[in-house]
Design a protein around this ligand. Structure first.
Ligand code: ADP
Ligand code: MG
Length: 447
């Protein structure tokens, strides 16, 4: 590719709004791939169904606060963040409407018989991001296909439209005059453009949006008869793009703002219980089939299990040995994960050995081990900071899901679009804003 051809493509990426902020706060193109990811259409349909079952599963888990407490209390003893979230679970329901916006992430292994095996990386119940930018990279690839720069047209999708209808319907259902969406954000958000996509779509549809950090909610927010107000605005739904990391709760002001949200009558996306249902510890425990089938019918449990990778707690026995001993021998084949979201927290492969030496056994329950997924690699052309480079890469597919419920009544449960992130195969983590991965589109092949 000539420098001029690359310039033309980057100009189009700007035109289509494939943007994020750099460390100086300026809008620059987000890293993107020029090699769309291909999957058979039958497999894509299966993953969409899997996402609906997963949404159902986590919705049920979140409603069972006794289960959450039983599993997470030992973790909470050694993890202050989990302890804080557990303390938020209310004793009584304040709002019978629920809205879950999630993303179900998969990597793919090629089996010996040639089949592609999807394995779930994790199910995100808070701040599932990139719905807007994923639509933007799809639009860019559509354009490049029209210009014969790319061969095949990507699979169209509109996750943001799905999110926006779920939010609008939920607000309308509350039946309150002029209730707004509160979009809870971090103070210096580099993924601002992705959030702005949802903000603008809601504005176009007549939904009022208030954007605020927890510090701002602390300053301007209050409860009136249990209802949440921020300044002059009554809030119907709170959509969290913050509050998933301990750094978001640095002081008593921010923690008290977070408590106020949970105590209010607003619909929280997600409630603390739903956020906790999405912790790695709960996902690890659910990988045990007898526990899984307490929440979903046996046939569904079988379908969910088929995509689980092996997981265990550090406090457990594995193959007749203490987990730590087992990991000492097999570190290369595993990933260690704490109860955190947002990337950059895991320990991979051989580094697990040193890490475990420095981790006191009293903190075992703050971590889980997961079998490292050996994703199939493919040659991809990636554009990062205006440079195009070919890499042997792996791709991670996320399916966005929307679930809306009233009391025990499930009103909506559907997949609403997807996200593909492609990264060089020697990179462990997956974050786009952090510069690890590139946004990509999906091509569905018939076979
Ligand atoms: P976070 O909640 O911080 O995003 P994840 O569990 O999603 O944590 O892990 C971050 C990234 O690490 C993933 O997007 C994926 O690329 C990689 N990863 C996580 N688990 C595995 C695994 N079992 N095998 C291979 N890569 C993994
Ligand atoms: Mg993740």
């Amino acid at each position: 590719m000539t420098p001029e051809e690359l310039r033309n493509i980057i100009d189009r990426a700007h035109y289509f709004g494939l943007l994020q902020k750099n460390l100086d706060g300026q809008l620059v193109h987000a890293p993107f791939s020029l090699t769309p990811y291909q999957l058979p259409s039958s497999l894509i349909s299966q993953l969409q169904i899997h996402t609906q079952w997963s949404s159902l599963l986590f919705w049920k888990v979140a409603q069972n606060s006794d289960f959450l407490r039983e599993i997470l209390e030992p973790t909470a003893k050694v993890d202050e963040f989990v302890r804080f979230l557990l303390s938020l679970i209310p004793n009584e329901k304040r709002q019978d409407q629920q809205l879950l916006i999630n993303r179900n992430d998969f990597l793919f292994e090629r089996k010996e018989n040639g089949e592609l095996q999807p394995l779930q990386v994790e199910f995100n119940t808070i701040s599932a991001s990139f719905a807007h930018l994923s639509g933007r990279v799809t639009a860019l690839h559509q354009q490049l296909q029209q210009e014969n720069i790319l061969k095949a047209a990507p699979l169209p999708h509109d996750a943001i439209a799905g999110f926006a209808s779920g939010i609008k319907e939920t607000i309308e259902n509350l039946g309150w005059q002029d209730a707004a969406l509160l979009m809870l954000v971090q103070p210096k958000e580099r993924n601002w453009f992705d959030q702005m996509g949802l903000f603008a779509t809601l504005s176009q549809r007549g939904v009022k949006v208030v954007r605020a950090t927890l510090a701002e909610v602390h300053q301007k927010g209050k409860l009136k008869n249990g209802d949440l107000w921020v300044g002059p605005q009554r809030i119907g739904v709170v959509y969290f793009r913050a509050g998933y990391a301990p750094g978001d709760l640095p002081d008593e002001d921010s923690r008290s703002a977070r408590r106020m949200l949970e105590a209010s009558s607003a619909v929280l996306v997600p409630e603390a219980s739903m956020q906790l249902a999405g912790t790695k510890k709960i996902q690890q425990v659910l990988a045990d089939s007898s526990i899984l089938s307490e929440f979903v019918p046996e046939s569904v449990a079988d379908q969910l299990k088929a995509y689980f990778a092996m997981m265990f707690g550090l406090e457990e026995e594995v193959e007749g040995r203490p987990a730590r001993e087992f990991l000492e021998e097999n570190a290369e084949q595993f990933v260690l994960k704490p109860q955190r979201e947002g990337g950059g927290n895991n320990v991979y492969g051989a580094e697990i050995r040193d890490f475990l030496t420095s981790l006191p056994t009293s903190e075992d329950r703050a971590w889980i081990a997961m079998k490292r997924i050996e994703a199939e690699t493919a040659e991809s052309l990636l554009v990062v900071q205006e440079q195009a480079q070919s890499h042997q890469s792996i791709s991670e597919l996320g399916i966005f899901g929307l679930l809306r419920a009233q009391s025990d009544d499930l009103r909506i449960n559907m997949p609403v679009g997807h996200l593909v992130r492609t990264k060089a195969s020697n990179v462990n983590e997956g974050g786009v804003v952090a510069g690890y991965a590139c946004l990509n589109s999906l091509i569905s092949t018939d076979q």
